[in-house]
Design a protein. Structure first.
Lengths: 445, 325
């Protein structure tokens, strides 16, 4: 094991004055984000007529994106916080990536529900006239709380690294960044009292975030579950959404691990072992997800109420949602079990590729949750306008989706330039964090 | 002018209702009228005698002829949340009489300044099961007593009033469309683009009249309380050439389609009135009389429709044709 200053020195090289490629990359990403801003301005100016949403499918991929990104944010809550509490040492190098996923997806995902608003200029009414009976108000409260907690946790886990960067000699960065590290480190000197308090802060935040995330995502699912609509009105939605969220979060974490391992040459820190363990978690979640999905559909299919039959008919009809549904079922349930579950195809690359397909398939699943039930109301749609019968996304919605993804990448690009993507202090100061939560009484056996 | 006279006849029912129930209303109305009379010309200057609930006869200003409920002006903003005291508006639709003339839709669209593709009420072709004959089914907002739309509104832009009516305040609506997703009857529509120009200036907007509409907000059937104030039936009821739509007051136990006034409870009892998707527990205030002993074949409703509109009923019509072969 190398000594501490070496590890920071080695990783800090990535933080030094950015190369030209880095700037080009940031400019490309910013351009995509700005194009999204342009699309949003157009939507505000011209009204939602330029989206694909209409009177039956009143929500579209904005809502799907909203649930999707919120789901991805589970990576941090699940991996980072629970590993923090369980004192799991091997996972330490992954913690910062997981927390960054949480914060970036929350920041990017939350606005999607606002893009659905016809009157963004009245957004303050949510606070002026807010009604606690409305699931939208629940979401606003839960997600903003979740975001504040997760951002605080992300910052807490950075403090010791900022202190290390402040104290690191020979770090070739601009003066203002040195100053920034000094400010952000909050005068952390590693005194016993500081260590104790910071450690307690970590534990408290981790313990708060786990239930907060479960509550936030359950409330999110009740945006649908509280409806009378067949396909939405389901008692399973709370836990189902939570499992789906954890599933997509872990899959994204594996992708991010792969990307940083390749681009930053972090093979020594993000090892086979990490991929192996995360893949094991992924397989468990695959089975849990498959179980929930099966339970949801089998009960509806067995009863064959006329409304549900109509909806399930669309899922099996290849000219409607059959293709999307097959893609979803294949890549969230069967492919992961075969490729990762069985030993023969398992490799870092195959695990990552499967994870990528899981993430895409889970986006498709969110689309299938939002759109088809809206197109299957109790009263049959008898409309001559095809766009009112079937939803199809417009360029505005696609642009805003792509720019959301670009914004997440941009956040990662910048955040990993400010602090090392591997939490150095977490790895080095093992003995500090390895204290058991419960002190066992050993006297008087 | 002729038209107005005809409507005046229609109003008589409500007027009579008012004088009957007037004694009850007078309590609330008296002060309101007195207050108005000090202002400019809301009252006719004449006096009428009404009986208060505690048995006293008092004299109040007689409202102007075109005003049946005081104040005649529909209230604006939060004042529209209260509802008209003592009223319990209700609608009864006689499915046996509907032949898809679509005059109700036209009247509603004209009255509420809607664009031709915005339908607050729609006429569906329904077929309950394989052996049932299809029938035309006009559907407007059911003004539920337990409205799912009102439950989910995050800003209270849509609300339930004590006179049974569920309204939308376009000045409050943030356009989240959650109410549209929540309504099991697909009643609500969204102003996706700029609504048609209106003569009514925005500052005269009342949620009771729903005009002018605003882009990015939800709108829907409002049961025309502004017309009730003038003693008129809603646009759909007065527009229906078959007299299939009855509108009235549960408290007065009377509904009218403009030509006949019937006792609401007796009508529901005799004709086995039902409510659409009653099992959802939303307690609608629109009742349907089953399409028995029909006046028209459902096919007569297809005749005047453009071909593309006929196309949307294809499944039902084809099913019927196959059955007959």
């Amino acid at each position: 094991m190398e000594n501490s200053s070496d590890l920071m020195k080695k990783l800090a090289r990535n933080l030094e004055t950015p190369s030209r490629q880095w700037y080009i990359w940031v400019i490309i990403l910013s351009a995509i984000v700005l194009f999204g801003v342009y699309a949003l301005i157009r939507q505000i100016q011209e009204g939602q007529i330029i989206t694909g949403m209409r009177d039956n499918a009143v929500w579209g991929i904005y809502t799907a994106n909203f649930i999707f990104f919120m789901g991805l944010s589970y990576a941090g809550a699940l991996v980072s916080c629970s590993f923090q509490l369980l004192r799991i040492q091997w996972a330490k190098p992954l913690l910062r990536m997981a927390e960054l996923i949480t914060v970036s997806t929350l920041i990017v995902g939350a606005p999607y529900i606002l893009f659905c608003l016809g009157r963004l200029d009245r957004i303050h009414y949510l606070f002026m006239y807010g009604r606690i009976q409305s699931p939208i108000t629940w979401d606003v409260i839960a997600i903003s709380t979740d975001l504040v907690f997760c951002a605080a946790f992300l910052y807490f886990t950075h403090i010791r690294d900022f202190a290390k960067l402040r104290d690191l000699e020979g770090l070739k960065v601009a003066k203002w960044r040195k100053k920034l590290y000094a400010i952000l480190a909050l005068n952390y000197r590693g005194t016993p009292l500081q260590k104790k308090y910071l450690h307690q802060a970590h534990d408290i935040m981790a313990a708060i975030i786990i239930p907060t995330a479960v509550i936030a995502y359950s409330l999110l699912s009740w945006l649908f579950g509280m409806s009378l609509k067949p396909g939405w009105h389901s008692t399973i939605f709370g836990p189902y959404f939570v499992v789906t969220a954890a599933y997509s979060g872990i899959a994204l974490l594996i992708i991010i691990m792969w990307l940083y391992r390749k681009s930053r040459k972090l093979e020594d820190y993000i090892t086979n072992k990490h991929f192996n363990y995360m893949a094991f978690g992924l397989v468990l979640l695959t089975m849990a997800y498959g179980y929930f999905t099966f339970s949801e559909y089998i009960t509806d299919w067995y009863n064959q109420t006329s409304q549900m039959s109509a909806l399930l008919g669309k899922f099996t009809d290849m000219s409607q949602y059959g293709a999307l549904q097959s893609f979803h079922v294949l890549f969230t349930m069967f492919v992961p079990l075969i490729i990762i579950g069985l030993p023969w195809f398992r490799s870092i690359n195959s695990i990552t590729l499967v994870s990528l397909f899981i993430v895409i398939a889970l986006w498709v699943k969110r689309y299938l949750i939002v759109v088809p039930p809206l197109e299957t109301p109790f009263i049959p749609i008898q409309d001559v306008r095809p766009e009112y019968v079937q939803y199809s996304m417009s360029w505005v919605e696609i642009t805003l989706t792509v720019s959301g993804l670009a914004l997440i990448v941009l956040i990662f690009t910048i955040a990993s330039k400010i602090a090392p993507i591997i939490p150095v202090a977490e790895i080095e100061d093992v003995e500090d964090t390895a204290k058991p939560i419960i002190r066992f009484q050993t006297k008087g056996v | 002018m002729d038209n107005k006279d005809k409507k005046n006849n229609r109003r008589n029912f409500l007027r009579n209702g008012l004088t009957m129930g007037g004694s009850m209303l007078a309590m609330g109305m008296g002060p309101a009228i007195a207050k108005d009379s000090s202002g400019e010309g809301k009252s006719s200057g004449e006096k009428i005698k009404v009986l208060t609930t505690d048995g006293k006869v008092i004299e109040v200003d007689k409202p102007k002829d075109d005003c049946k409920i005081d104040p005649c002006e529909p209230p604006k903003g939060n004042a529209a949340r209260q509802g008209i005291p003592g009223r319990s508006f209700v609608m009864v639709i006689d499915l046996a009489k509907c032949k898809n003339a679509r005059k109700c839709i036209e009247g509603c669209q004209k009255g509420h300044n809607l664009s031709p593709d915005q339908e607050w009420l729609n006429v569906y072709l329904m077929k309950d099961h394989d052996d049932a004959e299809p029938y035309w089914f006009p559907r407007q907002c059911f003004h539920c007593d337990i409205p799912p739309c009102v439950k989910v509104c995050p800003v209270g832009a849509t609300y339930k009033r004590q006179d049974n009516i569920v309204l939308v305040d376009s000045n409050r609506c943030i356009g989240c469309k959650f109410c549209m997703a929540a309504c099991p009857y697909s009643v609500r529509i969204f102003n996706w683009e700029k609504p048609p120009e209106s003569d009514v200036p925005p500052e005269d907007y009342s949620p009771e009249a729903s005009v002018p509409a605003q882009i990015g907000t939800v709108s829907k059937c409002d049961f025309c309380p502004d017309r009730s104030r003038e003693g008129k039936l809603p646009y759909c009821a007065s527009g229906c050439p078959m007299g299939a739509i009855y509108f009235g007051d549960k408290n007065e136990d009377a509904v009218s389609n403009g030509t006949e006034t019937l006792r609401f409870r007796q009508l529901i009892k005799d004709r086995v009135g039902y409510r659409y998707l009653d099992e959802l527990g939303t307690e609608p205030n629109v009742y349907y009389l089953p399409p028995v002993e029909r006046m028209f074949d459902y096919k007569s409703g297809l005749n005047d429709l453009p071909e593309e509109k006929q196309e949307v009923y294809k499944d039902i019509i084809d099913g019927e044709n196959n059955k007959n072969n």
